[in-house]
Design a protein around this ligand. Structure first.
Ligand code: 5GP
Ligand code: MN
Length: 349
């Protein structure tokens, strides 16, 4: 069986005991859930319901975008705080075990933060980001040296006595959701791939997951408008500084012109990295009083440091995110290009 360094036998025994002793479980993840957040929460909820007979549900800060929503298997209970705040609060208050997946602490759960923090239930963190807020949890599985929360959860689940290293014992919905989450976080095996990632993928394919169908669900179901908007942004909007910072800005006007929905620009930030002289790529998305910021970098340039030092954020070494507020960080949204050009001169020269 593949050994992941942060997974210790004592912790697996403790996790198994916590699951045995509970009835109602909340599985939470980060705001603006991506494929890894949805895949990992869906996989754990299905495992807890189908194999352990628990009343488990996923509780997320906000409704997933239409591009990743199909990741949630039919019939699996998911609650979204932006749509059903009271149901989410009741669910968390009534749970006697809480999991947090794919984020390093409750601060990334926006509206759920208060209820999760106030819950007296034991709390388990399963995550692959830097700097886990370990003190807030009773049990922590955390390493940045893995592709995704879905991969880490896979190795936790197969270490449990009822699975005992045999992926074929996982509920089929869990197996598929785990492969899906890992596929999205690695950008289909392009980044953050480790030997353990290929082993997990092999195990899950042997267990019967239909990878062609997973890829089709993820990458062949977009709306035409999304593809046209991608073309427009790359042709008309992309700027590259002399130092090698590429940036695109999805303003409200661009969103309205193409009828873009939240989540439809997913993946766009990676595209400029294919240009030889680009070291780092930034995508800004305009919101009410801030831009949401996505950063990707090539090896040797730290997206994580830039996100933490300039955009109130964090993430992984080469894939991070954060926010840029006005008037706190820049006087007005129109000043974003000048801000980015300044950062480029300071950080990439
Ligand atoms: P994305 O660019 O795909 O939205 O996010 C890339 C990575 O950065 C993800 O691992 C995500 O968890 C992290 N990230 C995105 N936004 C934030 C943020 O506002 N704060 C922190 N700490 N991490 C973020
Ligand atoms: Mn992730």
């Amino acid at each position: 069986m593949t050994v992941i360094r942060c997974i210790h036998t004592e912790d697996i025994c403790r996790l198994d005991a916590l699951i045995r002793g509970c009835r109602t479980v909340t599985v939470a993840a980060h705001t603006h859930p991506d494929g890894d957040a949805l895949g990992s929460t869906a996989a754990l909820v299905c495992y807890l319901r189908n194999l352990r007979g628990k009343d488990a549900a996923a509780v997320l800060p906000d409704t997933p975008s239409s591009t990743v929503r199909p990741i949630i298997p039919e019939g699996v209970p998911f609650l979204f705080f932006d749509a059903q705040p009271d149901a989410c609060r009741r669910r968390i208050a009534g749970s006697d075990l809480v999991f947090l997946l794919d984020c390093n602490g409750f601060s990334r759960t926006e509206g759920l933060q208060e209820s999760l923090g106030a819950s007296p239930a034991p709390k388990v963190l399963i995550d692959h980001h830097l700097h886990p807020d370990a003190g807030r949890f009773d049990l922590v599985f955390s390493t940045p040296e893995i592709s995704s929360a879905s991969e880490l959860l896979y190795y936790v689940l197969v270490a449990l006595p009822d699975i005992c290293g045999d992926a074929r014992r996982l509920p089929p919905e869990s197996a598929r959701a785990l492969l899906t989450g890992m596929t999205t976080d690695t950008n289909n095996f392009a980044n953050s791939v480790y030997p353990s990632t290929f082993r997990m993928a092999s195990d899950l394919l042997e267990a019967g997951v239909d990878r062609d169908d997973v890829l089709s669900t993820l990458y062949n179901q977009y709306r035409e408008n999304r593809v046209r908007a991608m073309g427009y942004l790359q042709h008309e909007n992309l700027r590259i500084t002399p130092e090698g910072l590429a940036y695109m800005i999805v303003t409200r006007a661009v969103r309205e012109r193409f009828g873009l929905e939240d989540g439809e620009t997913e993946g766009l930030v990676n595209v400029p990295l294919s240009i030889g002289r680009v070291k780092m790529s930034i995508l800004l998305k305009e919101e009410q009083d801030h831009f949401r910021v996505s950063i990707r970098s090539k090896k040797g340039w730290s997206a994580q440091q830039l996100a933490a030092s300039r955009f109130h954020g964090g993430g992984h070494e080469n894939a991070s995110g954060g926010k840029l507020f006005w008037p706190a960080d820049i006087p007005a949204p129109e000043d974003a290009p000048a801000f980015l050009e300044h950062i480029s001169r300071e950080c990439l020269s």
